[in-house]
Design a protein around this ligand. Structure first.
Ligand code: NOJ
Length: 800
């Protein structure tokens, strides 16, 4: 990435008397009226003429070969095959491979495909590039916390360049599943709970990877995953079924996939879950009706790992039957499944599957191979050995700094607010199992990231403090014998020989940590949960607290009476109730990537003013999950603080818990700064709009909401200004609040800026009882502020 490109991607948004550019970009989404052609390259007549010419020459076996994909490298799922890949490639029985990384490995297979097969069709190599490839950036959930689509675009650009240099022109990213339940470990890969924020991020990822031109030598094709509604797994248990009404499916869960497809996504990955009883990998409604007919998708659909053959476990047929169902529903490529390659051709020959169905799948795959320029440039040159250069580190640090969310920063008696640290603290105690753990800084799905490049908090703080930094690990991430499990398992399982390792004595190390805290002026606790096993795929949890003895460690250090700063390093919203009640300063730092330590230190010391905002609600108790701000209304809404319930008898028979408040501990959109921001009451440029005008507006604006935002503190800062609406009188009930605009606004101390948000059909529409996207006469309440709790209010009425 050149410095110029870096600067361009980071140009400050010019917000003055004009609308925020990211909001306008966010609005340029769907138009319900026109038949879309979201990726012009894939729809181009010249490209399709090449596809047809090649297709005509192919035998049935060669066609079916294009539908098969295998992992010839490491496994990122269960039951990996161990086939003779050289032979399969030479026979034209394998059109794509995953997890084959690097020039040597990819060129090896590509040479076979290009030199030994009859038609010389290049192999398409795919790989999970989730938050950077070699250079590990913060996890996607963290990037969403920046509320900066340009940050996602930048991370995608680095990922694309590095992946392409490693022979990989196709990435299994972005993951755009709405995640409203942090028990689900894959929330780390998502943009959190909201469809508007998720759609903005989805567009940015696609743009960064594909650059609107797949033929560029440093563009990669994306695979938008996991289609569809994978994030709504019942009870947050991975791979579980999904049940939801069509209106919610379309209005909430499908929106980010739609945004990604409209941004030109070349491929889509079908998901493991079923939706209302129909598995997503054999679901003609989502894969054909919605994806292709309604959204105009011209690329191809790859199944998730083994998802075609796992349809047998969904009890919808035997191997040949489920393969036919998946193919006919709209899955074009079978990932690590071994079914398409073995049972489709026979069924075509037997007349059970029309050959035209196979032809269509092949067409879609060949389109992407042609668009990527693989026929002209099938190989990759061996580049220099990867190094985390200063330029790459600078990019990773800058992005990480934007992602941190200051959850709490209360004054401490005699000290004032502890953050930023500045020079107040003569001696700082750094404590916790996350304080000096390189691997954990990278986070889940850092598939090709190397922990040796990661800067820990201990490294970064000792650079600043020298011998004024005291350190104690405090305890392990897991307790007792479990503590050794992480040494014995890998992403795909591993053997549990951990029992033979000595069990660590946390009681002793916690005592040492207490002594360390007592010797310092302030203690920084770096706590979280382990990445391996506890986060990402198959990382569902029913307990959302810190793992192992970390909570005990926290309580013991708080018990010393020293001021404590808690830095949370985790890939999901954890349950932080005790900490929120007892610790004065809490910084959510997620899994920050290769520059973790430097970025955290920059924020702790005030060189960077925190600006992140939560992309997902943090619960008071796990029992609240799934917890999200955009709840549908109830006939018996609870009022006010219910924590002293027995004294609040008027609240009997209301929609609430008897033992906990309904609200989030930290709400969606929440995040503090080292300065303060004030808002004027929002205004609308017109109080009434005719419904026909809104219906015809598509992505255009019909009403503008304006607000003045002032930095009332004494240091510069960036505020994420958020706009929420409520449709108060629709034919079907609508959420109590929905995000419909946001802008990152940087303000010098004392400075005021005017921010405008355009609203049109895309922002005001909803899905009615017939699942049709529409707008009806109604009044919209509108709030603008710094979180989903914003109170500053206006309204606009849509009239007949
Ligand atoms: C399974 C995961 O669900 C998916 O996200 C990933 O892309 C594939 N495995 C390939 O590793």
């Amino acid at each position: 990435m050149t410095t110029e490109c870096f600067r361009k991607l980071y140009r400050p948004l010019s917000i003055g008397l004009v609308a925020a550019s990211c909001i306008l970009a966010g609005s340029a989404a769907s138009s319900a009226q026109t038949k879309p052609t979201p990726n012009r390259q894939l729809a181009s007549p010249e490209l399709n003429a090449r596809v047809e010419a090649l297709l005509k020459k192919m035998t049935l076996e060669e066609k079916v070969g294009q539908l098969a994909q295998f992992a010839a490298g490491y496994a990122t799922g269960p039951g990996a095959s161990n086939l003779r890949y050289d032979d399969l490639v030479a026979k034209g029985q394998l059109g794509s491979m995953l997890n084959v990384v690097g020039a040597e490995a990819t060129n090896h297979y590509q040479h076979i495909a290009m030199e030994k097969t009859r038609l010389r069709i290049p192999i398409l190599f795919g790989q999970d590039v989730i938050h950077g490839h070699r250079t590990t950036f913060p996890i996607p959930l963290a990037i969403a916390a920046s509320w900066d689509p340009e940050a996602a675009e930048l991370v995608a650009r680095y990922g694309a360049k590095e992946a392409r240099a490693d022979g990989i022109p196709w990435v299994f990213s972005p993951m755009v599943d709405i995640a409203r339940d942090p028990r689900w470990g894959r929330i780390i890969e998502s943009a959190g709970e909201d469809p508007y924020l998720g759609s903005a991020m989805a567009r940015a990822w696609v743009k960064g990877y594909q650059q609107d031109d797949l033929s560029k030598p440093d563009s990669v094709a994306v695979s938008v995953k996991h289609f569809a509604a994978y994030g709504a797994a019942i009870a947050g248990r991975d791979y579980n079924a999904v049940e939801m009404g069509e209106a919610t499916l379309r209005q909430v869960y499908l929106k980010p996939y739609q945004a990604a497809v409209e941004a030109g996504a070349a491929t889509v990955m079908s998901s493991f879950n079923s939706i209302n009883g129909v598995p997503a990998t054999a679901n003609p409604f989502t894969l054909t009706q919605i994806l292709r007919k309604e959204w105009g998708f011209d690329g191809f659909v790859v199944s998730d790992w083994g998802a075609v053959s796992e349809l047998k476990n969904h009890s919808i047929g035997d191997g040949p039957t489920v393969a036919r169902k998946a193919l006919e529903a709209g899955v074009d490529m079978d990932m690590e499944g071994n079914l398409f390659g073995t049972v489709i051709a026979d069924q075509v020959r037997a007349g059970k599957i029309p050959e035209g169905v196979v032809d269509e799948a092949v067409r879609r795959i060949l389109r992407v191979k042609f668009a990527l320029g693989l026929f002209e440039h099938p190989y990759v040159e061996q580049g220099p050995v990867y190094d985390a250069t200063p330029e790459r580190r600078a990019a990773a640090r800058k992005v990480a700094e934007e992602t941190f969310v200051l959850l709490k920063n209360d004054p401490v008696e005699g000290v004032g607010t502890i953050l930023p640290l500045t020079k107040k603290a003569a001696k700082v105690a750094l404590i916790g199992p996350m304080a000096d753990n390189q691997k954990e800084m990278l986070g889940a799905w850092a598939v090709t990231g190397d922990p040796k490049f990661a800067i820990t908090l201990k490294t970064a703080l000792s650079e600043r403090l020298g011998d004024r930094l005291l350190y104690a690990p405090g305890c392990g991430l897991l307790a007792g014998e479990d503590a050794n499990v992480l040494k014995a398992v890998s992403f795909t399982g591993g053997t549990a020989s951990a029992a033979s390792l000595p069990v660590p004595d946390d009681a002793k190390t916690i005592e040492e940590a207490v002594l360390t805290a007592k010797a310092a002026d302030v203690a920084i606790l770096a706590l979280g949960e382990p990445t391996d096993w506890f986060e990402g795929e198959a990382g569902s949890r029913v307990h959302l607290g810190f793992t192992g003895n970390q909570e005990k460690l926290l309580e013991a250090v708080v018990g010393t009476g020293k001021p404590v700063i808690l830095v949370v390093l985790a890939g999901r919203p954890l349950e932080l109730k005790w900490a929120a009640g007892h610790v004065p300063a809490i910084l959510e730092a997620w899994s920050p990537g290769v520059e973790a330590g430097h970025a955290v230190a920059d924020v702790l010391f005030g060189d960077v003013n925190p600006s992140g905002k939560l992309p997902a609600s943090f619960p008071r108790a796990v029992g609240q999950e799934p917890l999200y701000y955009a709840q549908l209304p109830t006939g018996r809404p609870a009022h006010g603080d219910l924590s002293h319930m027995p004294h609040n008898a008027g609240e009997k028979f209301m929609s609430r818990y008897v033992d906990e408040e309904n609200s989030a501990l930290f709400a969606f959109g929440w995040g503090l700064s080292y300065t303060r921001f004030s808002y004027t009451k929002p205004t609308v440029n017109r109080a009434e709009v005719p419904v026909r005008e809104v219906l015809a507006s598509g992505s255009k604006s019909v009403v503008t909401v304006g607000v003045d935002v002032t930095n009332t503190g004494s240091v510069a800062g960036t505020e994420v200004v958020q706009l929420y609406i409520r449709n108060t009188a629709a034919s079907v009930e609508q959420p109590v609040r929905e995000l419909k605009g946001f802008a990152r606004v940087t303000l010098a101390a004392g400075e005021t800026k005017h921010v405008e948000f355009p609203l049109g059909f895309n922002e005001l529409s909803f899905y009615n009882a017939e699942s049709k996207e529409t707008v009806e006469p109604t009044t919209y309440d509108i709030w603008v502020g710094g979180s989903s709790l914003a109170t500053s209010e206006a309204s606009v009425t849509v009239v007949e």
